[in-house]
Design a protein around this ligand. Structure first.
Ligand SMILES: C[C@H](O)[C@H](O)[C@H]1CNC2=NC(N)=NC(=O)C2=N1
Length: 117
């Protein structure tokens, strides 16, 4: 088994790909092995999506993060659901065109975590 940092770096080196309508979602073992290296991300809804809640000190920090995530989403053309409050932000990733999870969601999760490194 490769070291987690190398696997995360591999994800960070990748970019989201175009997923036409009807694209296949990834299988549960692939989701689980990636989640085991992605700090804080869970698949609570029967692997339909992955979710992580980030917490911050105040609204300035929260919206700076939200702005960074929206910038990344447009750059990668893969758009998460973002719910935020004064000091927290819940990100939900799924691939609408696959009606489930694809590697785009895994890549985005790694890139979102890296925003806070
Ligand atoms: C045409 C465009 O690339 C697609 O509609 C993209 C845009 N962003 C997307 N974001 C997400 N989360 N799922 C998609 O299927 C998706 N499709």
């Amino acid at each position: 088994m490769s070291n987690p940092n190398a696997l995360i770096q591999e994800l960070l080196n990748q970019h989201c790909e175009d997923m036409p309508k009807g694209s296949k979602s990834i299988i549960i073992p692939t989701i689980e092995s990636n989640l085991s290296i992605l700090d804080g991300w869970d698949a609570p809804l029967n692997y339909a999506n992955i979710v992580k809640t980030f917490t911050f000190k105040n609204y300035h920090q929260t919206i700076a993060f939200v702005n960074a995530v929206t910038w990344l989403a447009n750059k990668e053309d893969h758009h998460p659901k973002i719910c935020f409050d004064y000091n927290s932000c819940e990100i939900t990733l799924t691939t609408h065109n696959a009606k489930g999870l694809t590697m785009n969601d895994i890549i985005m999760a790694a890139k979102i975590n890296a925003l806070l490194d």
